[in-house]
Design a protein around this ligand. Structure first.
Ligand code: ME8
Length: 508
């Protein structure tokens, strides 16, 4: 049985920014963790290419929507490649297989009697591609997320009968593990308790969408279409498979990792749609917080974005991954501050982890003929070993719950303790007397072994740095299997220690 994890399928209205990169990095960390634990993973990401927002963007640029989508979608593919994202699938909602799935899904829902024609009136945000219900009495209401005027709409649409699923959705969201973090559940609960209303699933003035079978002039509402991308992503290219085959391909998703802005779609609309089509619902929806700049959400429409490609070129993958995943509590908002970013990377990665490895391995090379020190004394009373084993258990529990910041803190604490251990045992003093050689070997081995464990534990968060540490210990092959390698004592005594190379550059 494989485990499937998804990021949102990002709109291609503009090039990717650090907000979309954030969700993808978090999902990547989780996918990497689960793989290291020996699971078979299907990690899905992709792009959401239809709808009015994209149609308008293409028109404003004087190009066709498909030309526009091809361009931006390939920027996403390249970006994830450059960031070393380990996704197994990348879905485009303009693909043929996706259209097939949307049509099949719609027919099932219609057969179930969950589709009706109706009139839709209300204030619409093209940025969110959503009708806004809580607009107050303002004559010209503004979208609180995009800070743009809402547009009044009054048209005939097809509706999905969400109201029929009131009881089922109430039951679903009362399950503690479905909406994470738990703090986000109340917002959804209060929305549901006001009574679910049917929502429109077609448009009559948007050409850039999938035609609704049997309803001339209607295209599918972009959200109805986009959510189904999680299903079509699992269908291999050029294979004529359908909804009934999904169970063997990784459906249901184990977790949708998304931002809090789209929680309602994932925690209410989407499960109801799946229930209607007779498909299993995802096990968990994790709604993380926003990356802000000066307190305001970073977003394409607001134009206050940071370019992930430039950040990657300027600072490297490890630094940005570490900062985003270790400084911001996953689930909460976090402000991107360049000064803090630099301080944190230098102090955590370069000074604490990097320095620990460098000073220990250079002592070992110098005093033990470029080899991992060998000792024969009994390692009862080995405080660093004990702490490492406790940290392994702790970090695994944190990863399981997507407590990524807590993972990094526990790993950092182990690194600081190992630095302290080195200072307290002071092998540079002991080595002056030949009679202490065994003890020096014991202390240095313990710290080097702790570095190996740190490298393994840190791998999902900063895979590149992890490999660099393991290479310095000549144990890069240890990465593949945690159940085998995440045990104390796997660093071979007497093995060669390669020449050192910097594992991370300090940021000036
Ligand atoms: O909503 N901080 O696409 P989208 C953190 N196509 N995360 C952010 C962010 C920020 N400042 N800005 C964006 C859509 N994100 C739909 C999704 S899914 C079937 C369809 C992330 O391009 C966050 O995950 O607007 C948010 O939910 C997502 O990008 C929205 O991406």
């Amino acid at each position: 049985m494989s485990i499937s994890i998804t990021t949102p399928l990002y709109y291609v209205n503009d090039k990717p920014h650090l907000g979309s990169t954030y969700s993808t990095l978090a999902a990547d960390a989780y996918a990497r963790y689960l793989r290291l634990k020996g699971n078979d993973i299907v990690f899905v990401t992709g792009v959401d290419e239809h709808g009015q927002k994209i149609q308008r963007t293409a028109i404003s640029k004087g190009i066709s929507p498909s030309e526009h989508c091809n361009k931006i979608s390939s920027q996403y593919v390249d970006l994830w490649d450059n960031w070393n994202i380990s996704n197994d699938k990348f879905v485009r909602t303009t693909s043929k297989k996706h259209r097939r799935i949307v049509e099949e899904f719609f027919l099932r829902v219609k057969e179930k009697g969950d589709v009706r024609l109706g009139n839709q009136q209300g204030w619409y945000c093209v940025g969110c591609e959503e009708y806004k219900e809580e607009v107050g009495s303002d004559k010209e209401p503004i979208c609180p997320i995009h800070l743009k005027k809402l547009e009044w709409r009054d048209e005939e649409n097809l509706f999905f009968c969400l109201s029929k699923y009131q009881k089922e959705i109430e039951k679903l969201i009362s399950n503690d593990s479905f909406i994470q973090p738990i703090s986000r559940r109340n917002e959804i609960k209060s929305f549901v308790s006001n009574g679910l209303r049917d929502f429109s699933i077609s448009r009559i003035d948007v050409d850039w969408g999938i035609d609704v079978p049997g309803y001339n002039g209607h295209t599918f509402y972009v959200w109805f279409d986009a959510l189904l991308g999680y299903l079509s992503a699992l269908i291999p290219e050029n294979q004529d498979l359908g909804l009934d085959d999904l169970i063997n391909l990784g459906w249901p998703a184990d977790v949708h990792i998304i931002g809090k802005d789209i929680l309602r779609f994932h925690a209410i609309y989407w499960p109801a749609m799946l229930m209607s089509a007779g498909l299993e619902i995802p096990k968990k929806v994790f709604g993380h917080g926003f990356l802000t700049r000066e307190g305001q959400k970073m977003g394409k429409t607001l134009g206050n974005i940071l370019d992930p490609q430039l950040l990657l070129e300027d600072y490297g993958e490890d630094a940005i991954r570490w900062y985003l995943l270790s400084d911001i509590k996953f689930g909460h908002d976090g402000d991107f501050q360049i000064k803090r970013f630099k301080e944190l990377v230098n102090s955590n990665l370069a000074n604490t982890i990097g320095n620990l490895l460098n000073r220990t391995s250079s002592m070992a090379r110098k005093w033990f003929d470029n080899k991992v020190p060998k000792y024969s004394i009994k390692d009862t009373n080995n405080s660093l070993k004990e702490l490492s084993l406790i940290t392994i258990d702790e970090v695994i529990l944190f990863y399981d719950d997507l407590y990524l910041r807590e993972c990094s803190q526990a790993i950092l604490k182990l690194s600081s303790s190992a630095n302290l251990y080195l200072n307290e045992t002071a092998p540079w003093q002991l080595v002056k007397d030949d009679a202490n050689k065994e003890l020096v070997a014991f202390y240095l081995y313990n710290v080097l072994e702790t570095c190996r464990i740190i490298a393994l534990l840190i791998n999902p968060l900063v895979p590149n740095l992890s490999i660099n540490i393991l290479k310095q210990l000549h144990t890069e092959h240890h990465i593949n299997d945690w159940s085998e390698n995440l045990k104390w004592g796997k660093l071979l005594m007497g093995a060669d220690l390669p020449n050192p190379h910097p594992i991370i550059q300090k940021i000036e």
